[in-house]
Design a protein around this ligand. Structure first.
Ligand code: PEP
Length: 240
């Protein structure tokens, strides 16, 4: 059995009740036809309940984009892992570069979030990735190793997301992605799915997913358009 292939959509802070309904309508009937590829959508907190209802009994799982590292208490504006689990949440993105760099999340905080998600019985999708200046300085492996080693990684999904490729339209080449995935592969359990994220589109997905250590993708912008997201999910199947 190969490693599980997964395509995860990260809607970020996009959507509305109507836009979400339309997007999911375009996905639910089609995703079951893509056998061998699991699919999940990580949605903004207010929509979790509605999306969970719509996806009940379908082949599409759902998840959150962030979580508190604390179990409960006076943390205004935060959402705990137990709250997400109570709704049937499957995946939670932790350590996305927008959280690390816009909101100052530290490696230690990301590690605590990872542990909180696991303790609540959900699957964390841990993001690691270097900034452009770090790549240019030859520090890519140091950075992703530091981010990964901060976490007691097991039973999770790992996503390599070079910061310079996220939302920029400039994806890593398949070879660049493969090199970092191969490096990460040696540091995680053998059955870990490692996703690539960063400007994946229907046009470049197949080439990236064809790399031996790439097991699917974490998709931002292109996950907001049903047709594009479906093409990407299909591209993950081609590898099987
Ligand atoms: C992301 O948000 O994780 C991401 C990879 O975004 P995009 O696909 O838009 O680059």
């Amino acid at each position: 059995m190969g490693r599980p292939r997964l395509v995860a959509g990260n809607w970020k802070m996009h959507g509305s009740r109507k836009a979400n309904r339309d997007l999911l309508e375009g996905l639910v009937g089609e995703v079951p036809k893509v056998r061998g590829v699991a699919c999940t959508v990580c949605v903004p907190f207010p929509y979790l309940g509605e999306v969970a209802e719509r996806l009940k009994g379908t082949a599409i799982a759902w998840g959150a984009q962030n979580v508190s590292e604390h179990a409960q208490g006076a943390y205004t504006g935060e959402v705990s892992a137990a709250m997400l689990a109570e709704f049937g949440c499957r995946h939670v993105i932790v350590g996305h570069s927008e959280r690390r760099h816009l909101y100052g999340e530290s490696d230690a905080q990301v590690a605590a979030k990872f542990a909180a998600v696991k303790a609540a019985g959900m699957t964390p999708i841990l993001c690691v990735g270097e900034k452009l200046e770090e790549r240019d300085a030859g520090k890519t492996e140091d950075v992703v190793a530091r981010q990964l080693d901060a976490v007691k990684f097991e039973d999770g999904v790992l996503a390599y997301e070079p910061v310079w490729a996220i939302g920029t339209g400039r994806n890593a080449t398949p070879e660049q992605a493969q090199a970092v995935h191969a490096f990460l592969r040696k540091r995680v359990p053998a059955d870990t799915s490692i996703l690539y994220g960063g400007s994946v589109k229907s046009q470049n997905a197949a080439a990236i997913f064809a790399m031996p250590d790439v097991d699917g993708g974490l998709i931002g912008g292109a996950s907001l358009v049903a047709k594009d997201f479906l093409e990407i999910v299909k591209a993950a199947y081609v590898k099987a």
